[in-house]
Design a protein around this ligand. Structure first.
Ligand code: HEC
Length: 145
């Protein structure tokens, strides 16, 4: 009767490591977010140097940031449930503020760019404060962050 026990034990091991690997796997969304973070830094540098064409180009990258692949999107929608429209609302604010910032940069209107940059950052912060802790806990487990 030893063999079945070993088999069960090793199957459990496989199941555990599969679940573990899935929990630790970073979402595509995290990569998208990291790129957004980098773009924000580029915009800050561009504002300091009054390099409006750089600010304009980078604002478009923020406004038109990619979406996660469909299966991941489905997981996010399932997790968000009735909060999905609020979550989407923050994303729309990000798109809107970034496109307005691109237009202001095209006009070389520094002050407008800066106030829109603030509006943009508030949209990032709004979503992070409302959703990030539970989001990270759900997709990575509490210990991940
Ligand atoms: C609609 C909601 C939403 C908006 C809007 C949003 N984020 Fe995020 N952001 C998230 C979520 C959810 C996470 C956690 C993702 C994860 O850990 O997989 C996150 C994580 C991040 C991270 C951390 C990534 C890491 O490696 O842990 C950065 C940086 C970031 N966002 C930047 C931004 C910037 C910059 C903006 C605005 C231009 C922005 N985000 C707008 C939802 C949002």
């Amino acid at each position: 009767m030893k063999k079945p026990l070993i088999l069960v034990a090793s199957l459990m091991g496989i199941a555990f490591s599969a679940a573990h690997a899935q929990a630790a796997e970073p979402l595509e969304l995290r990569k998208i977010m990291n790129d957004l973070g980098k773009s924000m830094e580029i915009v800050t540098g561009g504002i300091s140097r009054e390099d409006w064409s750089l600010v304009e180009k980078t604002s478009h990258l923020i406004a038109e940031h990619p979406q996660p692949p469909l299966p991941e999107k489905m997981r996010i929608i399932t997790f968000m449930g009735t909060n999905m429209s609020k979550f989407k609302g923050f994303d729309e604010q990000t798109h809107e503020a970034a496109s307005e910032m691109a237009a202001a940069a095209q006009e070389k209107h520094g002050q407008k760019v800066i106030s829109l940059f603030q509006k943009l950052q508030l949209s990032c912060l709004g979503c992070h404060q409302a959703f990030r802790p539970e989001f990270v806990a759900n997709f990575y487990g509490n210990a991940a962050k």
